[in-house]
Each structure stands twice: as structure tokens, then as C-alpha cells.
Design a protein around this ligand. Sequence first.
Ligand code: NAI
Ligand code: MG
Length: 352
Amino acid sequence: QAENDMRIAVFAGDGIGPEVTEQAVRVLEKLDLPGLELVEGDVGGAAYYKHGHPLPAETLDVARSAQAILFGAVGDFSCDHLERHLRPEQAILGLRKELGLFANLRPAQVFAGLEDLTTLRPEVASKIDLLIVRELNGDVYFGEKGMRRLEDGRRQGWDMMSYAEDEVRRIAQVGFKAAMGRSKKLCSVDKANVLETSQLWRDVVIEVAKEYPEVELTHMYVDNAAMQLVKNPGQFDVIVTGNLFGDILSDQASMCVGSIGLLASASLAEGTYGLYEPIHGSAPDIAGKGLANPMATILSAAMLLRHSLGLEAAAARIEAAVAKTLADGIKGGDLGGTAGTREIGDAVLERL
Ligand code: NAI
Ligand code: MG
């Protein structure tokens, strides 16, 4: 239970995580929001070297004492030799599970001036304005898994895909609510022609739809959705889907709008609690060089203010400052520009 209702946990992580998070923190501080308190915690490789674990108990305590988490990135390659449960990535998986962060929201939209920089034709890319709502606590990632040797000596690995109806219902609710706040179109993506999990998914989504008569619901098989996302992405508004399909489609949709250094995400629990992070990883290849684009993390901080603290105006101010920075031609290396991490931070601060 939080004592301060404006406390944000800041978990910078490793690799470029601390560099990009620093700029997002500068932006939050510049807004001078009354009562805002930032509390740091160690995660990932940084936490492993300090505490022997990528997600120490102290860090979870900080997370639980806050309203929301601003997360940088984890994935220090120097930890690659460690057993799976000690790897940096366990920090993010552990937070999702421990804090019940079941709904991953990824908006994708092309910023003005960047239409030519995406991998799609500008006239196709410029029509993208969509939100992917991905279930984050179930599906094949959390089902029974194993590896065994068959009698004839061959190895066999398995991961069970499963969803319980309440898990589908709560993510469907998030999808419909998001659609109500946008253009009232929801596309549910599954593979109901083949998978029992998907049949249940579809049945439950149709049940939930009765509570949202204003929303126009459609269903699409995941293979077709992958195709439609590059063929005609402008047809989508909100997409709701399971963990595995959402993992793949959300990366695909993100890349349709340009650079990895621009894309923010929210991972929400019931209520207003959430973790906010850029979609990129710790980018060990450019870490420590001041080259990373901090905009994805800055935009994640804006999502945090909007969803977890209800500060719509402050969120919109940050987003406008980032858009203006880009429109003014200030770009990081990920967009073919020359601006460094701090320089981009300075430019956004000026425009706030
Ligand atoms: P990555 O996203 O870290 O990097 C992919 C490419 O994009 C690299 O060339 C990198 O330099 C570039 N890049 C990424 N963010 C950038 C930014 N803000 N500005 C400019 N360029 C940027 O993905 P990669 O290399 O596959 O993974 C590196 C590590 O990060 C791995 O250990 C992986 O497990 C971890 N990871 C962690 C995530 C998280 O913390 N939520 C998410 C994805 C990966
Ligand atoms: Mg992924």
C-alpha cells in the first residue's frame, strides 16, 4: 500500500537502460508535478552484480510501494553464462508475474516528418494509428513446459498453450475499454480455426462484446493479421490478442512505424497500476556511448502519467514536445540522425 499517491519507482536496468531513463527522469522533474516522488531500484544485470539476483526483494518492495514503474531495459550480455533464473530478463518477467501486469498496451503511430523513414511506403505507413492490447500473464509462456528424451532416444520439448476464461475476459475488457476511448473498433486476433485455446478466446470475447454494444467487433486469424498489418495497417484501430500472437504482432506493428527508439509501452494490472518501458532492449552494442535515443522512454513516462496518475495534460505536453523535437529535425542514430542521448533530452526539455 503506497503512502504517497504520486510515487514512481524508477528501474533503469543495464545497458542503455540508465542512459535513456536519465533523460526521462529529467523530463519528469522539469514538469515540476506537485508531490511527485521518484524512488530508484536495481534490476537486471546491475542488480545481479550488486545483490546476486536480477530482481531482488528490495526492488519488489519499492515497486509495491509505488503507483507505477518506469523501466529502462535489461539484458546485459555479460550475464549470458548464468542459469536462466539469474539472467537479467528474469527481472521483467518476474515483475509482470509478481505484480499481475496482465495487459500490455503498445500504441503505434507515425510521427509527422518520419513517414519516409519506415519500411512501408509512406502513404501506407502514414495511415497507421493503432493500439495493440496483448495479454501478458498466460498462454504458452506460462504453461507447463519441459524437455524429455523419448524411448527411441530423440529429444522432445513442449510448452503448453492454455487460457482460462477469466484470463481472456479481463484482457477483452481492456480491449473494449480502449476501443471505447478511440474509434470504437476492436479486432480480436486468434487462431480459432485450429486451436481450442483460441475457440475459448473467441467465445469469451463475443460474450464480453455484449457489454459494449457501441464497439464494432471483428475477428481475424493471426496469420491473416500479420499479412494485413503490412498490407493495409490503416484498417486497424484496437487489436486484442493473446501473449504469443501479441508478442509477434506488436513487434511487427511497431516496426511498421519506424524506429525502435521511439516506441513506448505500458503493462497494466487491474486498476491503475502499471509498468512503463520502451519496447527496445538494453542494446549492448551502443551502451555507454551516449548514442541511444531516449524518446521511447520519455514517451513511456508520458503513458505512465496518463494511465497511472491520471495526469492527461502533463502526458500530452511530453508527447507534444517529443513530436516537436522530431518535426524540428532532431534525430538520433536510429533515425539516421546525429543527435546523442543527452542532446535529444535537452531538445525535448527546451520544447516542454
Ligand atoms: P535491442 O532492442 O536491445 O537492440 C536491437 C537494435 O536496436 C540494436 O542494434 C540496438 O543498438 C538498437 N537500439 C535499441 N534501442 C535503441 C535506442 N533507444 N536508440 C538507438 N538504437 C537502439 O534488442 P537485442 O539486441 O535483441 O537485445 C539486447 C538485450 O536486450 C538482450 O539481452 C535482450 O534479451 C534484451 N531485451 C530486453 C528487453 C526489455 O528490457 N524489456 C526487451 C528486448 C530485449
Ligand atoms: Mg517480444
